[in-house]
Design a protein around this ligand. Structure first.
Ligand code: MOS
Length: 733
């Protein structure tokens, strides 16, 4: 099914099941520990051996000599695989550096060996016996120092890809002439996804066929890259990933656990499982790269922006890509004269890549402080300043409207619900004994582009009237199982308990996968398309004209007839498969999601400790398919945004080129208990240009702008403006 004209009324609009706050259908299994994760699949390989990955001890250079003899001779060891005996390997399309290093080393903790043994402890002990002599080379590890050598990145036509630079009008002239000007630099640090479940894989070979149980957001990308890396035909490789303990972008691509488990299993002649040990993860896998961002804004005394410029510098390994931190600045505020530019420096740190809302999340961390600073200079309320510079068209291409844009309503609704009118000037509200706590409120706009991806599904109907949905879509904790069941139940006129959903297996039709907040809307649209085909098949077999057919209460009715779906399906059942493909509606209309984040903080006047007291998000993101799962996504994202504001930073050792705090003791993230009150409001919205479901993404929108709302609240509390994240005590005092 091609989606290339605006959606009209369809069965999903009944909102009998879609749009309801259903509990997650996978919830009981996840909360009782009976949803098996990759590392726990004892049932499929009782004889699995254990692999432990060894990471490189230098950031750049070569392995001069590697001695594995002692490891091979250690108790229980079945195999040791290094680049010397792994055979010729290809490279995944999505991987910047090779997943198995040697003799060249591309980054610290790049995998250089896997030790396979009967038991985990034996593999770990033997791994410590591998002796490596390195010939290190000097590398570039500091973004600030590499900045002046940075170059414009090449144009990226991948998902969310964008030109490296845009210019409209005469930015320099307009900025120079502006009555009120801001020219500031902001920094965001390297960040780690720090998901709960580490990257983990169980690999099983049967002859030349490889099956991996793994933890991966994008099954089809992973399958393709695993086949490419091992030099196997795609149809010899199967990836299975039905339950995933978080990804946040860190599991979009094939990582070392998969390759090392596959190589280890081949060498040992046994199934092998590998989990990346936590202290390896931060340097072995990808991370959100640090940025330096210069923002210039010029406005008239009336508060109208006349010039807006945003430049962002980030670094990556050779052949890598930039953090697209200027993305939102191209679209968020009006202003006649504009420029944005990205520059990419070569750094020899581990691979930078997507983390929840890549681009907008760090971009808004900077832009939305800058907007707050401009409002302050103009002596305007920051919400008024944003409303004044709102736009209903793409400010770079004024003939291109937004499909829906209710940023203003998000901000106004939030202001009213949050009690914004109680906000005082900076440093004036104190509470607690001796006025110890300085209280402040902050706001930021949320913006994230709405991407769509083709997505296929198969739907089967059996003689009991049970509907089974099959697609390789993943559920990374987001609620995919549930919204796909809701979509099928609504389309086929059955209860939610009559639907079975099977996900996360490359043997199933290829879905959009979980990435870029495109997963929910795109994969549910794929299920919609398959259900349209199944409704036709059912009606045909029932002898009812599909245009008159009504699907309700487990029956199909029409032409004076009424048959149960099970009856129509019969003993052999009925099945249909289709794929949603998106035309160019997202080119004619700018499709984005919007929100407003509000935050109240208390800052200890003596210690600088920041406590987040209350948060509110108001989101406009098309139809909300399930308000409960969507709310959980936004609350989780808000919590993650607080981490970005106050805690999260991978600290670079600039002598040796690695992230020092490479575990969850050193890399701090907030828990929900750190924030007593969080609330989410969804504006009642449908977007007929986004998909047949009129839905959009929301899982990444939730983090966009949060950190700036916290930073702005801290400024409102204390009068101190911090432009370098995270905002730790030392910067406040
Ligand atoms: Mo997302 S950063 O595409 O999982």
């Amino acid at each position: 099914m091609k989606f290339d004209t605006p959606a009209t009324t369809n069965p999903v609009d009944q909102l009998r099941i879609v749009g309801q706050p259903s509990d997650r259908i996978d919830g009981p299994r996840k909360t009782t520990g009976t949803a098996p994760y990759a590392y726990e699949r004892h049932d499929v390989a009782k004889d699995a051996a254990y692999g432990v990955v060894v990471g490189a001890g230098i950031a750049k250079g070569r392995i001069a000599r590697i001695d594995v003899q002692a490891a091979e001779a250690a108790p229980g060891v079945l195999a040791v695989v290094t680049a010397q005996n792994a055979g010729k390997l290809g490279k995944g399309r999505m991987n910047t550096a090779a997943l198995l290093g040697g003799p060249e080393i591309a980054h610290y903790h790049q995998a250089i060996a896997v030790v396979v043994a009967e038991r985990f402890e034996q593999a770990r002990a033997a791994a410590a016996l591998i002796r490596v002599e390195y010939a290190p080379e000097a590398g570039a590890f500091s973004l600030a120092k590499a900045k002046d050598q940075a170059q414009p990145p090449k144009a990226d036509d991948g998902p969310g890809g964008m030109p490296p630079e845009t210019r409209v009008g005469d930015f320099d002239g307009a900025f120079a002439r502006a009555a009120v000007r801001l020219d500031q630099t902001y920094t965001t640090p390297d960040q780690s996804h720090a998901m709960m479940e580490p990257h983990a894989t169980l690999a099983v070979w049967e002859g030349d066929r490889l099956t991996v149980w793994t933890s991966n957001q994008m099954i089809d990308w992973g399958r393709g890259d695993l086949a490419r890396t091992l030099g196997l035909p795609r149809d010899k490789v199967r990836l299975i990933s039905p339950f995933i303990g978080g990804g946040f972008g860190g599991k979009l691509f094939l990582r070392a656990d998969v390759l090392m488990a596959a190589l280890g299993a081949k060498a040992a002649g046994r199934p092998v499982k590998v989990a990346l040990q936590r202290p390896l993860m931060m340097n072995n896998t990808t991370h959100r790269p640090a940025t330096l961002q210069r923002i210039r804004i010029g406005a008239g005394r009336d508060g109208r922006i006349t010039a807006i410029g945003h430049e962002s510098w980030s670094g990556d390994l050779p052949g890598g890509s930039p953090e697209t931190a200027v993305a939102q600045t191209r679209l968020l505020y009006a202003g006649e004269h504009r420029m944005t530019a990205m520059k990419l420096a070569v750094l020899d740190l581990p691979e930078g890549n997507a983390m929840r809302a890549p681009g907008e999340a760090p971009g808004l961390m900077a832009l939305e402080i800058a907007i707050d600073e401009m409002a302050e200079q103009l002596r305007m309320d920051p919400i008024q300043f944003r409303l004044l510079n709102d736009t209903q068209v793409d400010p770079e291409k004024p003939d291109r409207p937004f499909s829906q844009r209710r940023l203003g309503e998000c901000l106004r609704t939030g202001a009213e619900r949050f009690g914004w009118n109680r906000r005082t000037p900076p440093g004036q509200r104190r509470e607690g004994p001796g006025g110890r706590w300085l209280i402040g409120m902050g706001v930021a706009a949320a913006f994230r582009n709405n991407l769509v991806m083709k997505s296929a599904a198969r739907v089967r109907l059996d003689r009991r009237g049970v509907v089974t949905v099959e697609t390789d879509m993943t559920d990374i904790g987001t609620g995919s199982y549930t919204i796909l069941a809701q979509t099928a139940a609504e389309m086929m006129g059955v209860g939610l308990d009559q639907v079975v959903v099977r996900l996360g297996d490359s043997a199933l039709p290829v879905s959009a996968g979980s990435g870029g907040q495109w997963g929910g809307n795109s994969s549910a649209s794929g299920v919609y398309a398959a259900c349209v085909a199944l409704r036709e098949a059912v009606a045909r077999k029932a002898g009812i004209d599909v245009k008159d057919a009504v699907f309700a209460d487990g029956q199909v009715r029409g032409g004076g007839r009424s048959l149960s779906l099970g009856e129509v399906a019969g003993a052999e059942g009925l099945a249909a498969e289709d794929r949603i493909e998106f035309g160019d509606l997202d080119k004619k209309y700018q499709q984005s999601t919007f929100g407003g984040h509000f935050c109240e903080v208390a800052v200890d006047a003596y210690t600088g400790e920041v406590r987040v007291r209350r948060m509110l998000a108001v989101c406009a993101a098309g139809r909300i398919l399930n308000p409960k799962t969507a709310r959980s996504q936004v609350i989780g994202a808000m919590t993650m945004g607080v981490g970005a504001a106050l805690m999260e930073a991978l600290h670079v050792d600039e002598r040796r080129g690695f992230f020092v705090n490479h575990d969850l003791a050193g890399y701090e993230v907030p828990a929900h208990a750190d924030i007593p009150h969080q609330e989410v409001i969804f504006l009642d919205e449908t977007d007929p240009l986004s998909s047949p479901l009129k839905a959009k993404g929301v899982g990444e929108l939730g983090i966009c702008g949060v950190a700036a709302a916290v930073a702005n609240a801290i400024h409102n509390a204390t009068g101190v403006r911090i432009r370098d994240y995270p905002i730790t005590l030392d910067k406040l005092l």
